[in-house]
Write a protein that binds this ligand. Structure first.
Ligand SMILES: Cc1cc2nc3c(=O)[nH]c(=O)nc-3n(C[C@H](O)[C@H](O)[C@H](O)COP(=O)(O)O)c2cc1C
Length: 164
């Protein structure tokens, strides 16, 4: 099985999760940032990761998900600052599932990722973001070793599904 792990990451959290997934995979495998991916025809399984931006899938990831070959086996992962299960993070995964719905999505994984000081600083200036900022602060130690352990277990689980 030829496996690709690709990701979009601005501050490194999603890349760290991508690396954990990659580490747990059997050969033959490749790890590449999304901007370096051209042709997906060489792969049997593709893991795609992104950070949540403004409740959504970042625009360039949206374009990528829309163009995936029909029937390709995929697994989607994301990192987010807000508390798991809140609309602020959930909606982005729901959007990603719709965008990639032409593929065979074998599973999804998400965990929290620290919000950059710069993003927190900007957000804390507007009153409507006060509560969001308070929530985002508690993501500061993520992804932690438990998140990465989960990511590795997720990777192995997806591979077992892809082999069936
Ligand atoms: C511009 C911007 C917007 C964000 N919007 C959200 C959001 O709506 N919901 C959320 O849970 N996290 C949000 N975050 C937090 C990121 O999703 C989180 O920190 C993520 O782990 C960053 O991943 P990266 O380091 O791979 O870029 C935002 C971060 C930035 C910089």
């Amino acid at each position: 099985m030829r496996i690709l792990v690709t990701y979009y990451s601005l501050t490194g959290n999603t890349r760290t999760v991508a690396e954990a997934i990659f580490e747990a995979l059997p050969e033959t495998k490749e790890l590449k940032p999304l901007a370096k991916v051209n042709d997906l025809s060489a792969y049997d399984l593709v893991f795609i990761g992104f950070p949540v931006h403004s409740h959504s899938v970042p625009a360039r990831v949206e374009t990528f998900l829309k163009q995936l070959p029909a029937g390709l086996k995929t697994a989607i992962f994301m990192t987010h600052g807000s508390i798991p299960g809140t609309r602020l993070s959930r909606e982005a995964m729901e959007q990603a599932l719709i965008l990639a719905s032409g593929t065979r999505i074998l599973g999804t994984f998400s965990c929290r990722g620290k919000v950059s000081e710069q993003a927190l600083e900007i957000l804390s200036r507007s009153p409507e973001h006060e509560l969001w900022t308070e929530m985002a602060v508690t993501a500061r130690n993520h992804p932690d070793r438990h998140d990465l352990e989960d990511a590795r277990a997720f990777a192995r689980w997806i591979v077992s599904l892809a082999r069936q």
